[in-house]
Design a protein around this ligand. Structure first.
Ligand code: IPE
Ligand code: IPE
Ligand code: MG
Length: 237
């Protein structure tokens, strides 16, 4: 796992958590928290670009988040649509390359189309790549990869003996993306909640008490500083 010369992580992953509590503290509906969380994301994506971080992976909606009220889910989907429309409009200014991790097939056809448009129209940009996790679950990603590999075996394109870690990585949503060196979870929760199960086996985790809508460049700086103090061994002595 390569580190850059100045020990900046190439790939940072963030669980954007705490929107609901942020709204509750202010007596606002949960959707207001998600909206403020969207602003925090915009700000951090931009900051990552100025820092020279190559990949930013954000957890926006998990395979478990469908358990929430119909009102909250539809509010989140509406906000995502609005955000993607704006991103498509401002693409030339932002220079963010988008990729989507997760099973998009459960999203509305309109939202799926916005995701595919954002992905294809931004593929020319070579600054920060944002991997947006939507209807994403680490286990679901692995199962989808296994299913695809099994189909390739059944079609005679692959043999079971071809399977190794490197080969299997190509069947994941994250194909071609290096593993994240740093995973940040704000909001005070200290768990992984089905995020990047395969990719985080050697990541450094930084848990922070700040709620996601309050997360700013200073919090990212603090998480990176904490990461830079750590001694990474990868199983060596
Ligand atoms: C994260 O914030 C956003 C999503 C999971 C969609 P939450 O909505 O989980 O906020 P809390 O954890 O309830 O504060
Ligand atoms: C994880 O947060 C998912 C996202 C931030 C998108 P949750 O709020 O859904 O996770 P739990 O329920 O606290 O584990
Ligand atoms: Mg939460």
């Amino acid at each position: 796992m390569a580190q850059t010369e100045n020990n900046m992580p190439r790939h940072i992953a963030i669980i954007m958590d705490g929107n609901g509590r942020w709204a509750k503290k202010r007596g606002l509906p949960r959707t207001a928290g998600h909206s403020a969380g969207g602003e925090a994301f915009r700000n951090i994506a931009n900051y990552c670009r100025t820092l020279g971080v190559e990949y930013l992976t954000v957890y926006a909606f998990s395979t478990e988040n469908w358990k929430r009220s119909e009102e909250e889910v539809s509010g989140i989907m509406k906000l995502l649509g609005k955000y993607l429309e704006e991103a498509l409009r401002d693409m030339e200014k932002n220079h963010v390359r988008f990729r989507f991790f997760g099973d998009l097939s459960r999203l509305s056809p309109q939202l799926q189309k916005l995701c595919l448009d954002a992905q294809s129209r931004s593929s020319q940009y070579d600054e920060v790549q944002v991997n947006f996790c939507l209807n994403y679950g680490g286990r679901d990603e692995i199962i989808r990869g296994i299913r695809q590999f099994a189909q390739d075996v059944a079609a005679g394109k692959k043999s079971p003996n071809d399977l190794n870690e490197e080969e299997f990585s190509r069947y994941l949503d994250s194909a071609g993306v290096p593993d994240p060196e740093l995973v940040i979870r704000p909001s005070g929760e200290r768990r992984i909640s089905n995020f990047l199960t395969w990719q985080t086996v050697y990541s450094e985790f930084v848990f922070m008490d700040v709620l996601w809508p309050d997360f700013g460049p200073e919090h990212l700086d603090a998480a990176i500083a904490e990461y830079q103090k750590r001694n990474r061994r990868f199983g060596g002595a």
